[in-house]
Write a protein that binds this ligand. Structure first.
Ligand code: GLN
Length: 446
């Protein structure tokens, strides 16, 4: 109830929640109390949290930040929602996000922009901007997010949080509304690595309902936190520290490296030679998959339908034309173009080849080092509206995060201090399924 009151008091300024689920929260809290009274004892039992509004929640609006899903109440819970609820977590609501998770600033939401709690004139990052703002403003201790090209790590960096994108396939995507299915992955945002470990333990695991979910035991993330860092080999990619990176962010990142050295880590320069091709490849592959995934929103099956359609074509055209925002339309057009006959080989196939080269770069790098460290973002959180007329400028902000999605490896962003009152994030990357290692390094640093 304290948190519900805090949300009512503070969220009108932040706009981080799309729905507050008071009734559900109170009944879940009561059930958690009863389980505790019966002797049960789990870290998530009674833990308040909220979900990014692309996780399906039964009988509750699941909007994906879009007008086209206006009024859509999912008939079932996403696996992640179900798992956290059965561990006893209490759902306080659904969180604002960029429309269909497309964006890095949380400005493309039909429900309006989210403000960064550290400076209300600035963006909180995106697309999980509502998740980040709500946790950073202490409205909730942890939230779920999703990361297709940085959407957990970049908002975590902009709001002084820890956020982890697991290995592709570690967390079930069932009931998570798809943006780019081969890149999407759910994960937590919280204040500390320890809280992320508790959340991830509750979210990860095999699910037969998602054919890309991997049937492999989930590591003990809590135990992993305690490992000493002596002998840890850290790689600093030389490509990360070139032009384009704010030098004040570079200084913060190198200060973290010095601290980790004091804890026994060794540092080595490495190279990720194909990184320069990551943004063009991602901005072909992600829109291509999105154009296919979003074809189901036709005005018939879900959410918004235009008024008085004169025939079926008119129904499709106007429902989609009126229901999708500008950025989503741009990506549907780019994706449809990239997949069309005659252009497929030149764009989509080429992008897939680059994707393999990027993956190979990481595999080679991890023969030499245990984790890769660098900045999460090239710049600090920008002013709301600053990049609205320049989508490519916003795409360039994803340079450090999207490679992990293209390769499928896990990545974490953790707080690294402040520049001019704005948070800076450091990103750690590890080989497949080494989420425990990432959480370990972040915890030992914190
Ligand atoms: N900013 C990236 C995009 O707009 C990443 C979004 C995401 O991870 N969902 O596609």
């Amino acid at each position: 109830r304290t948190l519900l009151a805090r949300i009512a008091q503070l969220d009108p300024q932040l706009n981080s929640f799309i729905s507050v689920t008071e009734e559900l929260a109170l009944s879940q809290a009561k059930a958690a109390d009863a389980r505790r009274a019966a002797g049960e004892n789990g870290a998530l039992l009674g833990a308040p949290l909220a979900h990014k509004d692309l996780f399906c929640t039964q009988d509750i609006l699941t909007s994906c930040g879009s007008k086209i899903l206006g009024g859509f109440k999912a008939p079932y819970n996403a696996t992640v929602v179900e798992k956290l609820a059965s561990a006893g977590a209490v759902t306080l609501g659904k969180l604002n996000m960029d429309e269909f998770a497309m964006g890095s600033a949380n400005e493309s939401s039909h429900y309006g922009p989210v403000k960064n709690p550290w400076d209300l004139s600035r963006v909180p990052g995106g697309s999980s901007g509502g998740s980040a703002a709500a946790v950073a403003a202490r409205l909730i201790p942890a939230a779920t997010g999703t990361d297709t090209g940085g959407s957990i790590r970049q908002p975590a960096a902009f709001t002084n949080l820890t956020g982890i994108k697991p290995t592709y396939g570690r967390v079930s995507r069932w009931g998570m509304i798809a943006y780019a299915s081969s890149l999407d992955q759910g994960g937590p945002l919280a204040r500390t690595a320890e809280d992320c470990a508790l959340m991830l333990a509750g979210m990860a695991g095999f699910d037969a309902k998602d054919s890309t979910c991997v049937d492999q035991p989930v590591d003990d993330y809590l135990a992993a936190l305690q490992q000493p860092l002596a002998g840890l080999r850290i790689g600093l990619p030389k490509e990360y520290f070139g032009a384009g990176l704010d030098s004040r962010i570079a200084d913060k990142v190198l200060a973290v490296v010095e601290e980790l050295k004091k804890l026994g880590a060794t540092v080595k320069e490495i190279s990720l030679p194909n990184m320069q091709h990551a943004i063009p490849a991602y901005y072909v592959i992600a829109p291509a998959e999105a154009s296919s995934n979003l074809s189901r929103f036709d005005g018939v099956r879900f959410g918004y339908r235009c008024e008085n359609p004169k025939d079926l074509q008119d129904l499709y055209k106007r429902s989609r034309g009126e229901g999708f925002g500008a950025e989503v339309k741009r990506r549907i057009m780019v994706g449809t173009y990239a997949l069309s006959a005659g252009y497929y080989d030149a764009y989509y196939l080429k992008a897939q080849k680059i994707r393999r080269l990027i993956k190979n770069d990481f595999v080679a790098a991890f023969n030499e080092v245990d984790v890769i460290l660098g900045p999460t973002t090239p710049n600090l959180a920008w002013q709301i509206g600053a990049k609205n007329n320049d989508p490519v400028a916003e795409y360039l902000e994803d340079i450090y995060t999207i490679t992990a999605n293209l390769a499928g490896i896990p990545g974490l962003s953790m707080p690294a201090g402040f520049v001019d009152g704005l948070p800076v994030g450091v990103q750690l990357l590890a080989p497949y399924f080494q989420e425990g290692r990432l959480l370990n390094v972040a915890h030992q640093y914190q």
